[in-house]
Design a binder for this molecule. Structure first.
Ligand SMILES: Cc1cc2nc3c(=O)[nH]c(=O)nc-3n(C[C@H](O)[C@H](O)[C@H](O)COP(=O)(O)O)c2cc1C
Length: 367
């Protein structure tokens, strides 16, 4: 999606006039945020994008508030962080205000910088227990839940939601206004309804209505931002103060840094090459080993390796070889072959084509 140069200039002028992005008492270094992607936005990936630069705030995958209180090792791993991973937010989901309150207090005790409440997840497993996007269907209960969490902690509390349940119930502007009144520090809006899942286009007019509904809290525009032009358009058409990227960050982890360069100089550098991505892949794998041990790292890294290798235009036979590695030696040997082969098109030091990350499709009841 291309955008006229005058739009870029007008947006950059507006951003230059804005004060730094503020979530309550937390001042963020940039207005480019990492959106939660369950299964991907774990500590190793967050470390990678932060090392590349430009990330104002990164959020964990969604975490079950009750699971957090139960203290299971898998849930606790989701909220692990380190000094390089700051500031960071934990996103919690649930439908019981008391459980959400206790989870928020537990997180505050663990030194989290901000807490995000999930009100956008369309997946049936989450909505059928009254959490995620289904919170957008119950005004009083939802306000009570959010108020309870805000009042229980001194940290900034944010909410991430969709435009509404469906096109007949676009409740995001009303919720955003009410949330501001109960002390929510910012809202992030994925510009689709629950009914849409990931289909159709992001409705930037809908996001603009949320921006217009609040008095002063920042609104974060989200959805389908993969390039600087996509981001410029989100700022221009919604008036939002910040943007967040999920799939775009998987496809191009340099995106945050590029946005900061665009905002400050107007001339972002290109994303990393095949060779640069190979360095990132190896480094992220090492971080996974550090966190989970070698055996679990090899199996749990497959999902992420898939996107790295696709973005690097590695042929299927070599991708499969890495994906079937069972030992560190097999993993390393396979990477040596991948490095020697290079990308199947273009140069190993040049720019790679854009990568689209597909999303679940079909009726979202079945996801
Ligand atoms: C695989 C996947 C996992 C996701 N997990 C979460 C999640 O845990 N919490 C959440 O609020 N949104 C989640 N989302 C939604 C994203 O945060 C984001 O709102 C959506 O993908 C649109 O933004 P994007 O086009 O930049 O990815 C997920 C999306 C995908 C594709």
């Amino acid at each position: 999606m291309s955008v006229f140069p005058e739009v870029h200039a007008a947006v950059r002028d507006r951003l230059a006039q804005l004060p730094p992005l503020q979530f309550g008492s937390l001042t963020l270094k940039s207005r480019y945020l990492l959106s939660p992607l369950a299964g991907y936005t774990n500590l190793p990936f967050r470390r990678i994008v932060r090392e590349l630069g430009g990330v104002g705030l990164a959020t964990t995958d969604l975490v079950n508030a009750r699971g957090l209180l139960d203290g299971g090792p898998k849930t606790l791993q989701l909220v692990e962080s380190c000094s390089q991973d700051r500031p960071f937010a934990v996103q919690i989901f649930g439908s019981d205000p008391i459980v959400m309150r206790d989870a928020a207090q537990l997180l505050q005790g663990r030194g989290v910088d901000s807490i995000d409440i999930n009100m956008g997840c369309p997946v049936n497993r989450i909505t059928k227990v009254g959490a995620g996007a289904s919170l957008m269907c119950q005004v009083d209960r939802t306000l009570e839940l959010v108020r309870t969490v805000v009042e229980a902690v001194s940290l900034p509390v944010t909410v991430k939601m969709r435009l509404g349940w469906d096109s007949a119930n676009l409740t995001a502007p009303r919720f955003a206004r009410e949330f501001e009144q109960v002390g929510v520090a910012a809202v992030a809006i994925h510009g689709r309804t629950r009914e849409q899942g990931f289909s159709g286009l992001v409705d930037r007019t809908g996001i603009r209505q949320v921006v217009e509904a609040v008095e002063k809290i920042p609104v974060v525009g989200n959805g389908d931002i993969r390039t600087i032009a996509d981001g410029a358009r989100m700022f221009a058409e919604t008036g939002c103060q910040a943007i967040s990227m999920g799939r775009g960050a998987l496809a191009n982890p340099w995106l945050f840094r590029q946005f900061v360069e665009w905002e400050t100089t107007g001339a972002p550098e290109s994303a990393g090459s095949f060779d640069d991505r190979l360095v990132l892949l190896r480094r992220q794998f090492d971080y996974v080993v550090e966190q989970r041990g070698l055996e679990r790292a090899i199996s749990s890294f497959r999902k992420m390796a898939h996107w790295y290798l696709k973005a690097m235009l590695v042929p299927a036979s070599l991708r499969n070889q890495l994906q079937s590695a069972k030992t560190r030696a097999e993993f390393d040997e396979s990477l040596v072959e991948i490095a020697a082969h290079g990308p199947s098109r273009g140069s190993r030091t040049g720019e790679l084509p854009d990568l689209y990350i597909p999303v679940p499709s079909g009726p979202n009841e079945l996801w």
